[in-house]
Design a protein around this ligand. Structure first.
Ligand code: GDP
Ligand code: MG
Length: 161
């Protein structure tokens, strides 16, 4: 079964999205939450496709990632997922770590989408366009808290999984 990893800096809303996917819209088929302290994953279903969603501390990016050895370990931890949601904070704009990780995903040939979170209303959607500077051709402005556009995000992921 394909695995989707939710990746991004601390506090961008990864766990909020994870919980939303686990609790609403996507039916939990098999709950394996809390297998270890720093890793939660579960089997989800969207439009008839089943896949696993992973929220791990290993994907919670820290400043040290810029160091070579950390990059190597980070890339290793990336091996276990087939697809990534790179989550960024639309209110804070592009952070150097976002750019670094975007580059690592690209270099590693990983499939990913950029979810610009904390876009709680349509009037804030323009904040998401900043992230085109990372060299991506599509951004997904979402609100993990309110569920805004999360269905569009999942539709895209399923179509590319
Ligand atoms: P993580 O560290 O990336 O897992 O981030 P969390 O899911 O723990 O969220 C960090 C903070 O951002 C919490 O206070 C959330 O309530 C808040 N947050 C998450 N998603 C959204 C969102 O869509 N809109 C707003 N306004 N706040 C959010
Ligand atoms: Mg978290």
């Amino acid at each position: 079964m394909k695995k989707i990893g939710i990746i991004g800096r601390p506090n961008v809303g990864k766990s909020t999205l994870f919980n939303r996917l686990a609790g609403q819209r996507i039916a939990i088929v098999d709950d394996m939450a809390g297998v270890t302290r720093d890793r939660i994953e579960f089997t989800a279903e969207w439009l008839g496709r089943r896949f696993r969603v992973v929220d791990t501390a290993g994907y919670d990016l820290k400043e040290e990632i810029v160091k070579k050895e950390m990059q190597r370990q980070f890339m290793y931890s990336l091996e276990e997922a087939d697809f990534f949601i790179l989550m960024v904070d639309g209110r804070e704009g592009v952070h150097p770590l976002d750019e670094i990780v975007c580059g690592l995903l690209r270099e590693g040939g990983k499939s990913f989408v950029v979810a610009v979170n904390k876009i709680d209303s349509s009037s804030a959607e323009n904040l998401a366009y900043d992230f085109f500077s990372m060299g991506i051709d599509k951004v997904f402005p979402i609100s993990a808290t309110h569920g805004r556009n999360v269905d569009d995000l999942m539709d895209e992921i399923i179509s590319r999984l």
